[in-house]
Ligand binder design. Structure first.
Ligand code: PMP
Length: 431
């Protein structure tokens, strides 16, 4: 049993000494002291189904034995010195990760967080193209560092500091609320906004176009089919590199494909990854082509912890588990089960305005009225709290905080998905 400080003691220490800007979501903060597979345990030993994968950071399940064994074996040998010396792990893992990438995406840079990965991608694109302006999408989340906060497009995550030099935000390609809802040519029209921005807001030449493959923090926004193809064409015509942020959508989570961008039929020039890549350890990566990578070889580029032996051992084990346990196929099956279940729930709960997502990256948007689509923000919070009471942890997001985000570890079972649906049913009924 857990013998550490009580939740009140933890909270008091946090309030006194930890970043006051972090939030703890629930009215009564939840303490998690253990995780196993798709389950999380609080200080009393109460079990919760993890429907959020710790915000998608846990891809193959908490404390997966194979991933733990890889970490433990490496911890017993050596944790880190510096990448100046050779160690097999960084090389083996880069080889295996590159083997998962399409096209010429074969060179890996290791960093420690998603923000760092996008920061590096931005630097790389500007250095390679010699251009400065960047197009990102409204409603995007790409990080909280000064430059990635500029790419991020949510007032709630931005400070009044000059972080977004040269960043322009194009229309969010939304099929539920955007200006082109229901338009069969929505993909073209949304993508044309990128060209408009380039023509009206830049010199005509850009460094990059950034997009999450599915917007995560923004409330699981899936782009209309063909959108990224058209967006990439506009960006490339202006000299820009195309950057896919796979921090949430990658590693088989969409079910049909290993990478989220593949669901749109494109091959980016730079791909950024974090969160699920390390199943909870501070590992992140930027993958690009040998030609683009040459740019950063003109000077020294160094990251002390990036690619350290322990994290790369864990990352490699994650790749193995996804394949050995068929987790991509499981994401597809469980995602279909959940989506069908949400559709059933929508028949009786009029709060459900939209159901979207791919595989195990799902969103359920709650509205007060299906015609006006008025966001049901308070109701969303109530459902979220009720789910916790009933033993299910999920996320929420979107600019108005009215979308439930369901992104469990990819190992959830059919029975877990049934439980999730039953809890959501009861929670919605109580609002
Ligand atoms: N990109 C996306 C799509 C994200 O969701 C996040 C984190 N929410 C980041 C980048 C930033 O990652 P980190 O918090 O590891 O810096």
């Amino acid at each position: 049993p857990y013998t550490g400080p009580t939740p009140d003691e933890i909270l008091a220490m946090r309030q006194a000494h930890v970043n006051p800007g972090i939030f703890h979501y629930y009215k009564k903060p939840l303490t998690i002291v253990e995780g196993k597979g798709q389950w999380l345990f609080d200080e009393t030993g109460r079990r919760y189904l993890d429907g959020f994968g710790g915000i998608v950071t846990v891809s193959v399940g908490h404390c997966h034995p194979h991933v733990n064994a890889a970490a433990n074996a490496q911890n017993a040998l050596i944790q880190h010195t510096t990448t100046i010396y050779l160690n097999p792990n960084i090389a083996l893992y880069a080889r295996d990760l590159a083997a998962k990438m399409p096209g010429d995406l074969k060179v890996v840079y290791f960093v420690n967080s998603g923000s760092e990965a996008n920061d590096l991608a931005l630097l790389m694109a500007r250095a390679y193209t010699g251009n400065y302006d960047v197009v990102a999408l409204r409603n995007a989340y790409h990080g909280g560092s000064q430059s990635t906060m500029g790419l991020t497009s949510h007032h709630t995550w931005k400070y009044n500091v000059p972080g977004g030099f040269g960043v322009h935000h194009a229309l969010m390609p939304d099929s539920y609320r955007g200006p082109f809802v229901g338009d069969p040519d929505a993909a073209t029209k949304y993508a044309d906004d990128i060209q408009n921005l380039i023509q009206f807001g830049t010199s005509g030449r850009i460094a990059a176009f950034f997009a999450e493959s599915i917007q995560g923090v923004g409330g699981t926004i899936v782009f209309p089919d063909g959108y990224l193809k058209k967006a990439y064409a506009h960006a490339r015509a202006a000299g820009g590199l195309c950057v896919a942020d796979e921090v949430q959508a990658g590693f088989g989570r969409t079910g049909t494909h290993y990478w989220g961008f593949e669901t749109q039929g494109v091959i980016p020039d730079i791909v950024t990854m974090a969160k699920g890549i390390g199943n909870g350890c501070p590992l992140a990566a930027v993958v690009t082509t040998p030609e683009i990578a040459k740019t950063l070889a003109a000077r020294i580029h160094f990251n002390t912890y990036g690619g350290n032996p322990v994290c790369t051992a864990m990352g490699r084990a994650v790749l193995e588990v996804i394949d050995q346990e068929g987790l991509q196929a499981n994401s597809l099956a469980r995602g279909a089960q959940l989506k069908a279940g949400f559709a059933k729930l929508a028949e009786k709960h009029t709060l459900i305005g939209d159901i979207r997502g791919l595989g195990l990256m799902l969103g359920v948007e709650l509205v007060k009225d299906r015609t006006t689509k008025e966001p049901a923000t308070a109701e969303c919070l109530a459902v979220f709290e009720k789910c916790r009471e009933l033993g299910l942890l999920i996320g929420k997001g979107g600019l108005k905080g009215n979308t439930l985000r369901i992104k469990p570890p990819m190992c959830i079972t059919e029975a877990d998905a049934d439980f999730l649906l039953a809890v959501l049913d009861e929670a919605l009924a109580g609002v």
